[in-house]
Design a protein around this ligand. Sequence first.
Ligand code: FES
Length: 124
Amino acid sequence: MTDRQADQWQTVCSRQELQVGRFIEFSLASADQNTDTLPTTGFVFLDSTTPRAYLNQCPHMGIELNWMPGRFMDADNLFLQCSTHGALFKPGDGECIAGPCQGDALIALDIRETGEMLEVRLPE
Ligand code: FES
């Protein structure tokens, strides 16, 4: 990743769209510019009242976490869950607390509010 890519903020949705329990998925524009890699997707959601964003990529096998659009939580609605092998991740910091990648973590994206909009970027 170049410094220029790390600086790229990308609008993903409005703050108003991000209701509790809703997950909004997006493609990272900066990742699309790198033709050597597949497009990278991410998701944003409210952790209580705090917006959080992660790459949609399980640390176990590097594949997307969800098998249905917008479905990322476990049955108890406590942890983010990978649909392939069931790894559980803490919503607040993405740490894997159970499953084949226990101790690893999701890659958190930087997130900020600009006016009414939420923007993300790859971490530096
Ligand atoms: S691919 Fe996510 S737990 Fe195996």
